[in-house]
Design a protein around this ligand. Structure first.
Ligand code: ATP
Ligand code: MG
Length: 296
């Protein structure tokens, strides 16, 4: 497929934990991705942009260099890159609420652990040596991060390093390798990044349009539209209870003096708990509606 210089480029992971979720976000934003899952690139049929399918480790570089205007990548990968290359090279524009994982320090089951000082003079196997070095430096601990590109859990068994620092979601892999998590180095999730290289010509406007569209979905994934009725005396308490709602609309109810309808976009999840609290504060006829699209 020929890459058109007039089209935007979005870097997403080719195949891995973030691939489907990244595509999902783009499809939710109304972008139609042309078929051909194994290709290195795919055209977006209804927007002047192409997806580039790459290794997640390459995403910050492509975006920093301006080869891709946007990218979706884990904070863990981005920070590792930023510590080498400077964090000003990509702009993080949104946290995406998926791809959650934790970079943890782990030690062999029987090993002594008295806190981070136990690492002094030791070796730590990891795919994230820059992040580990920064974490050690912050604590004034002198230890050596040994870079491994995969199978980090094997390092203690192979005698490469007694400690490891690796991504964990359930801890099952650690356990299976006779290791236990002893400290957390970083909590991570996927983020949307944007190039800081100037985008010129027609692409500039397209980039803004794309960002607005994505913002609409990112902002609305948890957002709900709440409608309720309340007496005027209850309005201050009720507006305080609405999660993440700015400036609700308050309208007089026809034929019920002193009673109002409150409409609000809640940017945060609305739980049953909140509804009970609203009711207790005097609200009635509470409706919670999904929001399909939003443009701010
Ligand atoms: P690639 O071939 O693209 O380099 P990879 O093997 O480095 O793939 P994956 O294992 O697919 O990467 O993970 C991609 C990202 O998913 C991680 O960098 C991290 O941000 C996130 N992630 C979420 N949960 C986990 C987990 N349990 N283990 C590892 N990564 C996770
Ligand atoms: Mg990778």
């Amino acid at each position: 497929m020929l890459v058109d210089a007039e089209r935007l480029h979005i870097a997403v992971q080719k195949s891995g934990r973030l691939s489907d979720l990244s595509r999902g976000l783009l499809t939710d934003a109304g972008l139609r991705i042309a078929n051909g899952k194994n290709a290195l690139a795919a055209r977006i049929e209804n927007f002047p942009a192409d997806l580039m399918f790459v290794r997640d480790d390459d995403i910050p570089t492509f975006v920093a260099d301006g080869a891709c205007e946007f990218g979706i990548v884990g904070q863990n990968v981005l920070y590792e890159f930023a510590l080498d290359e400077g964090e000003e090279r990509c702009e993080v524009v949104a946290a995406l609420g998926f791809g959650h994982c934790t970079l943890k320090l782990a030690a062999p089951e029987g090993a002594q652990w008295h806190g981070a000082e136990s690492l002094a003079g030791q070796r730590i196997a990891t795919s994230y040596p820059n992040i580990v070095d920064a974490w050690l430096a912050e604590r004034g601990i002198d230890a050596e991060a040994v870079k491994m590109n995969g199978a980090v859990e094997l390092a203690p068994r192979l005698g490469i390093a007694p400690f490891i620092c690796d991504l964990v979601s359930t801890g099952a892999t650690l356990e299976a390798n006779g290791l236990r998590a002893v400290d957390t180095v970083l909590d991570s999730e996927a983020v949307l990044i944007r190039t800081r290289k100037p985008v010129t010509g027609p692409k500039q406007e397209q980039a803004e349009r794309l960002w607005k569209r994505l913002q609409g979905v990112i902002g609305t994934r948890d957002a709900k539209y709440i409608m309720l009725n309340a007496p005027s005396t209850a309005l201050p308490a009720i507006t305080r209870l609405l999660p993440g709602a700015e400036a609700p609309t308050i309208l007089p109810l026809h034929g019920r003096p002193g009673h109002f309808a409150v409409h609000a976009v809640c940017q945060e999840s609305v739980f049953w708990e909140t509804l009970h609290d609203l009711k207790a504060a005097g609200a009635s006829a509470i409706l919670v509606l999904p929001i399909e699209k939003m443009m701010l």
